[in-house]
Every structure is written in C-alpha cells, then in structure tokens.
Design a protein around this ligand. Sequence first.
Ligand code: ATP
Ligand code: MG
Length: 444
Amino acid sequence: MNLSDSSKKLIHLIGSAGYEAYAVGGCVRDFLMQRPCDDIDITTSAKPDELEKILSDNNIKFIETGIKHGTVTAVMEDGSVFEVTTYRTEGAYSDSRHPEDVTFVSDVNDDLARRDFTINAIAYNDSKGFADPYGGRADIDMKIIRAVGDADTRFKEDALRIMRAVRFASVLGFDIEEKTKKALFNNKELLKNISNERIYTELSKLLMGENVYNILVEYKDIIAVAVAELEPIFNVEQNTKWHIYDVWHHTAKSVEQAPKDLALRYTMLLHDIGKAYTKTTDENGTDHFKGHQKISGEYALTALKRLKAPNEITNRVMAVVPIHDMHIGTEEKNIKKWLLRLGENTLRDLIAVKRSDKLAQNPEMIAEELKRLDITEEKLNAVIAAGEPFEVKNLAVNGNDVMALGYKGREIGIVLNTVLEKVIDGELQNNKETIIGFLTDFKL
Ligand code: ATP
Ligand code: MG
C-alpha cells in the first residue's frame, strides 16, 4: 500500500521511539479500493503525552484536538496534517451517542474492535503490513458492510452507525450483510438520539453516492426516521401517463439522475413531498397533484431547518422546489423573463432539476421535454455570453438618467422595469438615445 511520504515519516518516527503506529480506518479502506482519500488517520500505542514528546523532539507542530479521547493532530513540515489517536477501547454508551469513558490499550487489535465496520477496522504500516482481525479486506473484496462484533450491540452503543452503514452502502456500492441489515432496521428508532447536524452530514454523503437509488428504496424506513417528512410519499401511486414509478421510487430515481451537486440532490429528495397532500383522481382514473410544489416547499423548509442544513443549501433548494413544475419555454424572451425573475444561478438550478425530474419519469414520454430543456439551456448560455440585458443594471440607462427626466423616488424603479420589459420583449433597443427618446413621450 502506498502511503504518502509524510505519513510514512510520522509512522516511522513513532516506531523509532519504540512505539507502534499504523494508518487506519477510512484511508486504508479507500487505498484498498483505489479510491482517493484526503485524510490519513493514524493509530498508535503511544499515549498522548508520549506522542507529544516524540513530536516535540522532532520539531513537529501539533494541536491537542481531543486529548480526552487520545487524539493529537500532527502538522508536518510540508503542511500535511494527521490525526493521531492512541489505541483505545470505549466504555459504555449511556445514550446511543457518547461513550462514557475511553481506556487506552496496548494492542492494535483492541483498538480495531471499537470501530464500526470491518472495512473500517483495518490498520497498515510498511513494517508490519496489515492488521485485519475482522476480515475487512475480504469484505472489501466481497463488497460487504458488516458490523465489527455483534451488530445489534454496536448500533445500540452508537446509533450514528446506522446512518453510516447506509451511507457507506450508497457511496461504495456495497451490500449490507444480513445480520447487520436486520440490526439496522431493529434499532432505527435510536437514530432519534443523534444530533441533526450529524444526521445531515451522513445523509448528504448518502445522497451523493453512486448507489443512492437502491439505498433510498431499500432503506426507506431508516431514511424516514432521519427525515420524517418523507414517509407520507412512500406509498403514493401516481397513475398518469407521465409516470411509471410511485412517488418514492420516482423521488429516489430523480436524486440519482441529478448532477453531483448537494443542493440539487436535496432538491430532488424533497421536491414531491406535497404529492402526499394534494392527490386527486379524476373520472378517468388519472391522478392529479395540483399545488404540490408549494406544499413540498413548506415541508422541505421544515426538514432542512431541523437538519440545520447550511443556508447556502437551504436557499438553493427553496428557490426551486416551490416552482419546479413551472414551464420555462424555449424562446429567448421567455428565458430573459426567467432570468429577471430568478437570476442566472437559480435558473440553471431549475433547468437541472426539471431535467432530473424528467429522467425519473416514463422513458417513453420524456424525449421532447428533454430536447426543450437542452434548447432552453443553449439559449440561456447564448444570452449570458452576449451580455444581453435581463436585469435593470444591464440597461443602457440608469436611475440618474431617469431622474434627469423628472421622475422621483419609487417612480424611478417602475420606469426602469418598464423599460427592461420592453427591451426583453424586443420592443425597444437597449441603447441610451432610443430609450430616452421613448421615455420622453412616456406617461406613467
Ligand atoms: P470518510 O471517508 O467519510 O472519512 P471514514 O471511515 O474515514 O470515512 P471517519 O468518520 O473519518 O470515517 O472515521 C474514521 C474511522 O473512525 C472510521 O473508519 C472508523 O474506523 C472509525 N469510526 C468513525 N466513526 C465511528 C463510529 N461512529 N463508531 C465506530 N467507529 C467509528
Ligand atoms: Mg475519514
């Protein structure tokens, strides 16, 4: 396994001082899977004070990140940082969240025993090779997520592991081993003890995973504990020519079809919640969901606020969910009007969302709309590239010009918007003389 030079150096220094050190956890798993990994975690037999002495003796800076839990962050000469944690076991968990106490131990295998899944319980260094007491490498080969030890006990100790299991299944495309799977479902309610921020972090990674469709479908009852707003759409059929999936399968498909952009993935996850509250069936047996977009928006906002999603994500989701079914059109003037209303970024999000939504519908019915969305996007690109006006600030006249004609206060904005509409509609050229000429004869 090819570790970075600075991590090898650190492991070597600790070894030379008479202790053991290994790369461990996510980075070893990702190396074995030939996936990129940003942070290499190191586990060591050295106690925190012993480790700090080794670092000081070698002029390596460090930060006491979690001294109580035995974690020190080493800052290497080349700027790379490593979290170095002393081998430890964890005491009882009283609340499915925090271990009461940690105990430092001297055998790497005892440290590996506290880790959540076999694929995350592998340690490696160049001199000793792998420490892999739970068959993590074999599980990586078989693409299996399996709890270390008794799954039921492990999920009761720390319920975040429930979300982590489904998150890894989505990101890595692995199956969850049967006993582990059963324990996931049996303990799902414990997820309610986990902070919303931590749920959000795991859910976000899950949504970006390759295998997100299968995971959202198979583990929907777990997802429902994390985001209760989703449960009502689990069994809503949609009998229309446009759809081949019920609302939840359609939702999951649309998440999978969305670009790998977290705000868009959350938008798709939440976009159709309102269908649970708006369904009507006409005399031909066709279902309708009038007004569902606005209601989806209300539930989406509640969910995102509770999960403490960053404002940047919430704002993007909320800019699109309540209008995701609106028609954009393919004429340049339609596009400019939407640009005026939404701004470029939101309009681009809306196009991406409409495309993902379509791709999760009846494949026989989507070709034309997908083509229209492509045209809309091309024309949008052209409008932007040409610097054509779609906002008041792009006009060849400004507030001062309008004031000079005698307008005051609120009138100025009204006049500028009237001019903009005419420019967008092609009735007026965006040229100062033409506009002033028009305004000279204009009455508010
Ligand atoms: P990622 O790619 O998201 O960083 P990771 O496996 O590295 O995945 P981290 O949260 O960085 O996950 O944790 C590092 C390691 O610590 C894990 O590989 C695992 O061995 C252990 N670990 C993390 N969280 C838990 C937990 N809740 N219970 C048990 N072990 C855990
Ligand atoms: Mg990690």
